[in-house]
Design a protein around this ligand. Structure first.
Ligand SMILES: Nc1ncnc2c1ncn2[C@@H]1O[C@H](COP(=O)(O)OP(=O)(O)OP(=O)(O)O)[C@@H](O)[C@H]1O
Ligand SMILES: [Mg+2]
Length: 223
């Protein structure tokens, strides 16, 4: 996927300022940056929730920036939301059935240890279990590019590892993962490369260990 010269204004402010990057098939890229730097906005732009932009988005050589979200999803853009992606009033199983895909739901739920909760409302799940369920749901669509917005935010440490393992198992030669995360250690363990967003611009990019060591990163995060 190639994102080029993306400019976004919201509520009269410039939120993304000429943002460009590429992610190769099979690559996993982390996106870090302080609160309000534009990370979720970038995902809204890629998945089509924000379409009043200038710039281009290319997936497998095809321009997709004018398509609405459902078409982009069909073309292979998957997304796990920062919060609220799971429908609490539906059962755990129903949260998968709504994908409309014919897949062995029971096996998937078993794989994430939630089979015994299949018939319960998803609202009973812990934060981490909800993230896991949402991840599995995204997986069902077999996305070419999967956008994960803070998949471990507010999740207990042991569950973080479970999520990391699951995300790791999602990697494939034909899939790209983009992961927004504040936890640099988590990012380092999963990602080939990291982009640092600051005030709507990519200000650093490199291998996780390089970026992590760079004093500029501290400056950005802690002023
Ligand atoms: N609909 C909107 N109208 C006006 N401003 C918006 C809108 N959506 C987001 N913003 C602003 O855009 C900026 C970037 O927000 P965004 O949610 O992309 O940040 P983020 O990097 O994901 O932050 P966080 O780490 O807190 O999730 C913020 O200053 C936010 O207030
Ligand atoms: Mg965000």
């Amino acid at each position: 996927m190639k994102v080029e010269d993306i400019v976004v204004s919201l509520g009269g402010s410039l939120i993304l300022k000429n943002l460009s990057f590429k992610i190769d098939q099979g690559e996993t890229v982390g996106i870090i940056g302080p609160n309000g730097s534009g990370k979720t906005t970038l995902f809204n732009v890629i998945s089509g929730f924000i379409r009043e932009i200038s710039g281009t988005i290319e997936l497998d050589g095809e321009r997709i920036e004018n398509y609405p979200p459902f078409i982009r999803a069909q073309k292979g853009i998957g997304r796990v939301f920062q919060s609220g992606g799971i429908f609490g009033e539906l059962t755990v199983l129903e949260n998968l059935i709504i994908t409309g895909k014919k897949v062995p739901y029971d096996e998937l739920l078993k794989a994430i240890g939630l089979l015994n909760k299949a018939k319960e409302p998803a609202s009973v799940l812990s934060g981490g279990q909800k993230r896991l369920l949402e991840l599995i749901r995204a997986e069902i669509f077999d996305p070419k590019v999967l956008l994960l917005d803070e998949p471990t935010a507010g999740v207990a440490p042991n569950m973080k590892q479970v999520l990391a393992d699951r995300i790791n198992s999602l990697k494939s030669k034909t899939r790209s993962l983009l992961i927004i995360e504040h936890d640099i250690q988590f990012i380092s363990s999963l990602c080939d490369r990291v982009l640092v967003l600051f005030q709507g611009e990519i200000v650093m990019s490199g291998k996780p260990d390089q970026v992590r060591k760079d004093p500029y990163l501290q400056e950005i995060y802690f002023g």
